[in-house]
Design a protein around this ligand. Sequence first.
Ligand SMILES: [Ca+2]
Ligand SMILES: [Ca+2]
Ligand SMILES: [Ca+2]
Length: 466
Amino acid sequence: MVNGSFSYFNTSSTPMDVVKVVLIQGAYRVDSVMTDANGHYAFAAVANGTYKVITYITKPWNSVNATDALKIQRHFAGLEIITEPVKLQAADVNLSNSVNATDAVKIKRRFSGLDNYFDRGDWTIAQPTIGGDTIIVNGANVIQDFYMLCVGDVNGSNIPSPTQEIPVAITTAITNIRMSSATTGGYVFSDGGVTVTSRGVCWSTSANPTITDNHTSDGTGTGTFVSNLTGLTANTMYFIRAYATNSVGTSYGNELTLTTLTEPCAGVTSVTYSGQTYNTIAIGTQCWMAQNLNIGTRIDSLQDQTNNQIIEKYCYRDIESNCDIYGGLYQWNEAMQYSTMEGTQGICPGGWHIITSNDWGVLRNHVGSDATGGKLKSVGTLEGSSGLWYSPNTGATNESGFNGLPGGYRTNSGTFQQLGYEGGWWQSNGSPTINGGHELVEYNTAINFGGGTPVAFGRSVRCIKD
Ligand SMILES: [Ca+2]
Ligand SMILES: [Ca+2]
Ligand SMILES: [Ca+2]
């Protein structure tokens, strides 16, 4: 490692930022780096050997005038001897290896506009004590500081100002795209020499969004930040850029685009099916009916439902009004309309289908695996006259909006069970002679149980949009 700092040889030792430092060995360029705001530079992993540095400086040549010329004349006259290596270099503007009246004259000519360059160039550097710009690496880290002057500024009267530019930011990839939200962010890798006072991302439906459009505020300074975009419109394309602001101005990162997800129930707030109207509910990316299906002709619980081109239903305890509240109960094959295909329409209206195990998995992923059943159940208790569940209705929040009701079921012998205690919905995975898939929620737990029920049982049906 070779590292150190560059500073101006004036009374305040002004740090020299944005100096491009090139490490050379003979004619070869080994590496190059830029000094930071404190003038620091570092070359990692430098092999043993003898090196020099050359520099590139974009700051203006400045503050060279008659005072400097006078100092040179006093040095030449032996009145005020210049000893510091970097000042001697700055004074020898014509590279003659001596400091004399010729240098003073050349300074005056340039200062008065008769010349516009020095043989030495505009800037000179030297090590603080031994002079020169040689670096010897011999098995250890080398710390080597350098002093700089404008050529001719013998009295070090120049005070270079730190470089101040707008920051530089990049926009990071967009993730978690939803109907109304997404996650992105940025990386500020340069503050332009001045503290970044605000940063984030801005977005618009038009290209080249700015901070006058919607934007986040995600901290200050350089480095990585994460931005959460909210309040987006479904199914809409947005242009997104990171931004970073310092006292010089605001810069923008590369532009990215995203298209929000389509509202799953877009344009379908309700479905009217065989005289009954069902509300819809968007849950994540899915569009569900908000009520259990209640279609068909009620038959007595002691009869089986058959493949007869008529949709038949049971109502709990054979009471029609229970179907109005909880929906009908259907044997699995009737619900499937005698198909065995997962995802079949069954007794759902066109464009909708009996839920699949995959549909339920998507629902559960969206709702969350913790207390899923509680988030699916309607709230309140029968005892409290506040709901349809028996107490305690553990964990019920209906956070999902699914509004799961405890419709109970019809057994294979024609009795009814569990009204108020259990809600269960057929899935279209199953065997037509054994079990159909089900998903259950219960009054005394927040857990959601998947499994199978004998196909001769009657259960509730919830339809999901294709
Ligand atoms: Ca000279
Ligand atoms: Ca000066
Ligand atoms: Ca039937």
